[in-house]
Design a protein around this ligand. Structure first.
Ligand code: P6P
Length: 334
């Protein structure tokens, strides 16, 4: 079956012709984003091969988060570093898989942060996983790279996106002026524009949370979820559906595609940790996309993109999606 004739703009053409608040996309940012997309094309093929090329299972190593690394985690991290480190516009990169940022020989001032393969506990059971990326600008371009260069709030992001490796390999991207989506043509290796001006409905009937943690949640989250479960017989006066893919990229892609709310809130299992998900390369890029699509993203009290980070790998409580639901949750936390 041939692609509809309307679907013919590839990622390079999009970056060359789109305007962000009336301005062209800087050439250095185009170069960096194309390098990320090309790497994710390669990664899509690796992920699809899985066991056939011995890629499933643990790498036998741990990462800075204290998590067992899957073989594909390590390969994805190495591929992304190789794919972007020659970008002249790049000053440095940071990854979930590496304790410290990596200076690169670029002379530009872009900083790339990424979770190379999020949801990797799903690799061995053939459930969608994804790459999440965020781009910041180094505030002191000429000084040597240091970790503090990355510690900027999500409001400083100049670009953010993800690539979800599912039945289709699809990229969602924001440059700060709306959200667009591209699907990978696996024959040509091109990401083709499929959707622009992505909008999240303000109301929803679908929530996503790991219900097995219910007894550990803070009171406002428990109240919110119980009201969803009460449906038409309770406060919300409508019935809700529930999803939990345990892969943030897949769950957020669903929220961007049809509305809903995704939650990974603080819970008392590890009370000293503000949450499970990482601020810099998971919550911030996803929050940028969600806000740009008309949704909202909070840690319960503040908007996530207003948070000023103190550590590169710090974690945060995350509730994001349809605006009415986030407003209700923030009210319950007040
Ligand atoms: P749980 C994947 O490991 C991840 O970081 C996110 O992608 C996902 O939303 C979450 O953890 C799933 O966590 O505790 O439900 O397995």
């Amino acid at each position: 079956m041939n692609a509809p004739t309307s679907l013919k703009t590839n990622f390079k053409q999009y970056l060359e012709k789109t305007k962000v608040k009336g301005a062209a996309v800087p050439a250095g940012l185009q170069e960096l984003l194309l390098a990320v997309a090309d790497t994710c094309n390669t990664l899509s093929h690796e992920v699809a091969q899985g066991a056939l090329i011995g890629l499933l299972g643990s790498a036998g190593t741990g990462n800075v988060q204290g998590e067992v690394q899957q073989k594909l985690d390590v390969i994805a991290n190495d591929l992304l570093i190789d794919g972007v480190q020659t970008c002249k516009s790049l000053a440095g990169l940071a990854s979930e898989e590496m304790e410290l940022p990596l200076p690169v020989q670029g002379i530009g001032d872009y900083l790339l942060l990424f979770d190379p393969l999020d949801g990797s506990s799903n690799i061995d059971v053939n459930v969608s996983i994804g790459t999440i990326f965020s781009v910041l600008k180094k505030q002191e371009p000429k000084a040597p790279l240091q970790t503090s260069d990355f510690l900027l709030s999500g409001r400083h992001q100049v670009a953010a996106g993800y690539v979800v490796y599912g039945p289709q390999t699809t990229m969602a991207l924001t440059l700060g002026d709306g959200v667009v989506m591209f699907t990978l043509n696996k024959v040509t290796g091109e990401f083709i524009l499929i959707k622009h001006a992505v909008e999240i409905s303000h109301s929803t009937k679908e929530f996503a949370i790991n219900m097995s943690n219910m007894r550990h949640w803070a009171e406002p989250v428990r109240r919110y979820v119980e009201e969803c479960l009460a449906g038409t017989s309770g406060e919300r006066d409508k019935d809700f559906n529930m999803r939990w893919i345990a892969s943030m990229v897949a769950d957020v892609h669903r929220v961007l595609s049809r509305g809903g709310i995704f939650m990974y809130p603080w819970d008392q299992r590890e009370p000293h940790k503000p949450g499970k998900l990482r601020l810099m390369y998971e919550a911030n890029p996803m929050s940028f996309l969600v806000e740009q699509a008309g949704g909202a993203s909070t840690n319960g009290k503040e908007l996530i993109m207003d948070l000023v980070p103190t550590e590169l790998h710090e974690r945060v409580s995350v509730m994001l999606g349809s605006k009415e639901e986030i407003d209700r949750l923030r009210h319950y936390h007040a």
